[in-house]
Design a binder for this molecule. Structure first.
Ligand code: 3H9
Length: 689
């Protein structure tokens, strides 16, 4: 039974019982309708109290059903029946009431929530609009401005905020008991929200919401549609507006954007330790972080937030004080944003030690090395860690590029070593690449996955290769961009094309922010092993030689006068033209479509190689890496999801066409060829299959 109902005195008690979060699929909708019919037939009831079993009231419509045809009874009809029931319904919610769950509350005559409940209409984050009356009942209850803000952003409200706004009638520790104690006459006098007049017009609120989604949710279709529907509530009769809402919801469900957003939603939830791991994670109560620079301080803060005591090791006393200041700066910024209260801050400060002596971390269960990217430095760090830390401690490196196997070879027990690749800022970015070396033990891997869970990060398993999953794809993206630059495009044209695709910024602006020197050092490191037949574009090297390291030097691909916003720099165009002249390249024009196509193909082809080599476990893992670590637009579902939307046949045809231009760079990946031959998408491809 996914919905139970029983009588207690004059009250009907209805409970959603569809674990884990009471998603409102077909069985729940049928159960609710049965409960309505039961309440209608039951003599002498003066109220029906609906609540949720387990940890939530209801997480909304069952998104797993959204790929198929809608099956009746449809949620809007069920909620209409609840609203029309002669016995008044009361919502008694706890945990979360989201999407259809919040709409169920709005169909009731009275709404009570437990403290800590989150109430929201997050449909736009799944690429749809509220489809069961939310866009019409909410503005009638709380007014146009509050409703449009909540629906357009999809952000849930706290119980207190919902109460203040008038969305809920009471906040009570035991919402069901509170519902049972309500005065029956007062309850009977309450009106259904659908019978109320529409809200006062508020064009400013609508314009503000439109401007905000155009900026913050650029490229996405659902948010503006949701705003348009809320605007209808002012003067369109309820039934007609509800029909339009339903049509919009049904049409959006199967759009590419909604499919992509659902894909990422479920992929994120599926990102867990793989089934084949047969060891328990090491319990981590205290950790060592080696290196207190930007990355190390961010990692230390993330660990501290999760309740892990941290010792940051630095090379000298100045370094140790800088490390403490770096963590303090992050705390300051978090406190300023209201994310860190006084109590928690005091606890964190007490749990942080900075030191120059590895012996101060002697009781740690985990060490994360975030020191300078030099093999010699890493080797020295790990031999010191192995000497100082207990044998059970897991040793992790945050290296972005260096060979995990070479580091492991210096350890007495290489099985203790795992890669934990964080992304800057480490306390904010959700991605954690967990790198498995040939010798890495299952216990070390399990510890990495457990840590990701505690830090609320999205873990993705990666094998060992240059750059692991994410940076290896990034290197190809930049190589393809530099080739376009050499052959005729400008950095601003390339950036604009990728921003139009959906990135927050293009590859050149992004490099200016992170600094051109890091990629330069990598290219130098790779010089000896680089394929001599592969075309090499020296423009980025020349930029570094000329001191154009990016925003930190005031000039990079762009200029930043006075440390402010970016300005296109004609000197860069001259520099590029000169390099093209030296290389005897006849430059030509590229359209935005050309640019987008080439950059995406370069990334997709590299990612397909990463799959074929077994470095990534699945296409969905690559999607998570690109969305949570590299700014690939979430609403396109990640790089491989987007590739499958383009179609492997089309991708292969494009690669074959480009192969005539450069057979080394555009050689089609074996995984793409295999998918095309077998008629499957990259999502279904498994290495060795
Ligand atoms: C909607 O309501 C449309 C209506 O307006 C109109 C309809 C006609 N569907 O996240 P967790 C699964 S659209 C299906 O790990 P938490 C989830 O996949 C919906 N499944 O737990 C996972 O499965 P598994 C609007 C769902 O405690 C399990 O439940 N609602 C749904 O960290 C546990 O989830 C939303 O957008 C769903 N709607 O977080 C809310 N929700 O165990 C989306 C969850 O197999 N959901 N599952 O991996 C959330 O934000 C979070 O899941 C929630 C719980 C906060 C509820």
């Amino acid at each position: 039974m996914t919905v139970t109902f029983r009588r207690e005195g004059n009250a009907g008690l209805v409970e959603l019982a569809n674990p884990p979060v009471n998603a409102m699929g077909l069985a729940v909708r049928q159960g609710l309708l049965e409960a309505v019919r039961w309440a209608e037939a039951e003599p002498g009831l003066d109220r029906v109290v609906v609540s949720g079993q387990g940890r939530a009231f209801a997480a909304g419509g069952d998104a797993r059903e959204f790929d198929g045809e809608p099956v009746p009874p449809h949620l809007p009809d069920v909620l209409d029946a609840i609203e029309a029931c002669p016995v008044p319904w009361i919502a008694a919610a706890h945990g979360v009431a989201l999407g259809g769950g919040a709409e169920l509350m709005l169909a009731c005559r009275y709404r009570i929530v437990a403290p800590g409940t989150r109430i929201g209409l997050p449909e736009v984050t799944l690429g749809v609009v509220p489809g069961a009356g939310g866009t019409q009942r909410l503005p009638r209850l709380v007014g146009l401005a509050a409703a449009v803000d909540m629906i357009a952003t999809g952000k849930p409200l706290s119980a207190d905020d919902a109460y203040e706004m008038g969305l809920v009638d009471a906040v009570a520790d035991d919402p069901v008991a509170h519902a049972l104690a309500l005065d029956a006459a007062e309850l009977a006098a309450r009106s259904a929200l659908s019978s109320l007049d529409g809200p006062e017009p508020d064009e400013m609120a609508i314009d503000k919401a439109s401007a905000s989604v155009a900026r913050r949710m650029r490229g996405q279709v659902a948010p503006q549609k949701a705003i348009d529907l809320v605007a209808l509530s002012v003067s369109t009769p309820f039934a007609g507006a509800l029909r339009q809402e339903r049509e919009t919801f049904v049409a959006l469900r199967t759009t590419d954007q909604a499919r992509a957003l659902r894909h990422i939603f479920f992929a994120e939830r599926a990102a867990k330790a793989p089934d084949w791991l047969d060891a328990e994670p090491q319990k981590v109560e205290s950790a060592v972080v080696v290196g207190g620079g930007t990355m190390g301080a961010g990692i230390a803060y993330a660990l501290l937030l999760a309740g892990i005591a941290v010792t940051v090791i630095e090379t000298d006393a100045d370094g140790a004080e800088r490390a403490r200041a770096n963590v303090a700066r992050i705390m300051e910024a978090s406190a300023a944003r209201g994310l860190l209260g006084e109590d928690k801050r005091a606890r964190i400060e007490a749990a942080l030690t900075v030191s120059t002596d590895y012996a101060d971390g002697a009781s740690a269960d985990l060490a994360i090395e975030a020191a300078f990217e030099s093999m010699e430095v890493k080797k020295a760090v790990f031999s010191a860690l192995e000497e100082a830390l207990p044998v059970h401690a897991v040793l992790a490196t945050n290296t972005s590029y260096l060979d995990l196997h070479e580091i492991a070879a210096t350890l007495n027990s290489p099985s203790r070593l795992v890669g934990l690749h964080f992304f800057a800022p480490a306390h904010i970015m959700k991605l954690l690449e967990i790198v498995q070396g040939a010798a890495t033990s299952h216990a070390a891997l399990a510890t990495g996955f457990d840590l990701a869970r505690r830090l609320r990060k999205v873990p993705v398993l990666s094998g060992v290769c240059d750059g692991f999953i994410g940076n290896r794809i990034l290197a190809r993206y930049r190589e393809a961009a530099d080739t376009l630059l050499m052959d005729g495009a400008t950095p601003w044209q390339i950036d604009e094309a990728m921003v139009a695709f959906g990135y927050a910024m293009g590859p050149y602006e992004a490099q200016d922010l992170s600094g051109l020197d890091i990629a330069y050092a990598n290219r130098k490191r790779q010089a000896e092993t680089r394929d001599p037949n592969r075309r090499y574009i020296p423009i980025a090297d020349r930029m570094v030689h000329e001191g154009r390291l990016g925003k930190k030097t005031g000039v990079g691909w762009y200029r930043y006068p006075g440390g402010g916003g970016k300005v296109e720099d004609p000197l860069v165009e001259d520099l590029v033209a000169e390099e093209a002249h030296f290389a005897k390249v006849a430059r030509r024009d590229f359209t935005s479509e050309d640019i987008e196509r080439r950059l995406l193909l370069a990334m997709i082809n590299e990612a397909a190689d990463i799959l074929a080599e077994g470095i990534a476990q699945s296409a969905a893992d690559i999607d998570l890496v690109t969305v949570f670590g590299y700014g690939f637009p979430r609403w396109r579902g990640g790089l491989m999801h987007h590739a499958d939307a383009l179609g492997v046949d089309a991708i292969l045809a494009d690669l074959r066409a480009l192969e005539t231009e450069d057979p080394v760079v555009w050689r089609a990946s074996a995984a793409i060829v295999a998918c095309a031959e077998r008629g499957i998408g990259l999502a279904e491809y498994r290495p060795g299959s």
